[in-house]
Design a protein. Structure first.
Length: 257
């Protein structure tokens, strides 16, 4: 249990801004359990967002505009901007229209280009629109938990099953310690958490099932896209997937409202 807990703390430290004061040793066991608990971190982020939404919405003076903006801001801030940074790096690389080797170099460059700024503004603007209009009609609070849970579960699948683009970076560092058995464990953890969400939100069961199907489709398309355009999976592409998948899932919720 100590190893499991250490792995979970490592994943929290890596994927969120939540401070972890304990020093976590990086080894085969903790890295393995860190990846396995990525879905749990997604549920943690979703739970924090849902709690904030529940508290703010209890005040009659709080508008849907503020609720949507706070949800959008929390989704980026709780992840420390990690995934948004990946989206921007991938956008710069993709819109450079260079070969794969050059695109990988651009993703590693810390400088931000015009396409990165434009693409992240477009992404967040549309997600805000979907959130705002859904809140104006009706938003089941449990869907707020399901979306980051699904995106992080799918990110784990991509990390394990996707072809590595290079032998350096955080994605490659994790890949050295995991195999397909870990994908099954992560999927089981994500499935159990999602089942709990479904039990708590019976009225949103059909929507959650459609979100799950949408996530699976997005992960499959993303894997093919990343391998063709960038030579495989990197930490940046995984971050870009999370941001893109969450916007895609909010689009589905908006269409079903």
């Amino acid at each position: 249990m100590k190893t499991v807990w250490s792995g979970f703390l490592l994943s929290v430290q890596f994927l969120t801004v939540i401070p972890i004061w304990k020093q976590i040793d990086w080894n085969d066991a903790t890295a393995r359990w860190s990846v396995r608990t990525f879905p749990l971190v997604g549920a943690l982020i979703g739970g924090a967002e849902a709690l904030a939404y529940f508290i703010f919405s209890s005040f009659s003076s709080v508008s849907p505009l503020f609720l949507a903006l706070s949800l959008l801001w929390l989704s980026v801030w709780l992840a420390g901007g990690l995934h948004a940074d990946g989206w921007m790096d991938v956008s710069d690389a993709f819109f450079s229209y260079r070969n794969i080797e050059r695109r990988q170099e651009i993703m590693s460059d810390s400088r931000v280009g015009a396409f990165a700024v434009l693409s992240v503004l477009c992404l967040l603007s549309f997600r805000f629109l979907f959130m705002f209009e859904t809140i104006c009609s009706h938003l089941d609070v449990f869907l707020i938990v399901a979306i980051p849970l699904l995106s992080r579960t799918a990110m784990t699948w991509l990390l394990i099953y996707g072809k590595p683009a290079k032998q350096t970076g955080m994605a490659a560092a994790f890949r050295k310690h995991i195999d397909r058995h870990d994908a099954h464990v992560a999927a089981a953890i994500g499935g159990c958490l999602l089942a709990c969400v479904c039990i708590a939100a019976v009225s949103a069961f059909k929507t959650i099932v459609l979100l799950m199907c949408g996530t699976m489709g997005a992960a499959f398309v993303a894997r093919l896209f990343f391998e063709k355009q960038f030579g495989g999976i990197t930490g940046d592409t995984l971050g870009a997937f999370v941001e893109g998948a969450e916007t895609w899932l909010w689009l589905i919720v908006w269409l079903l409202r």
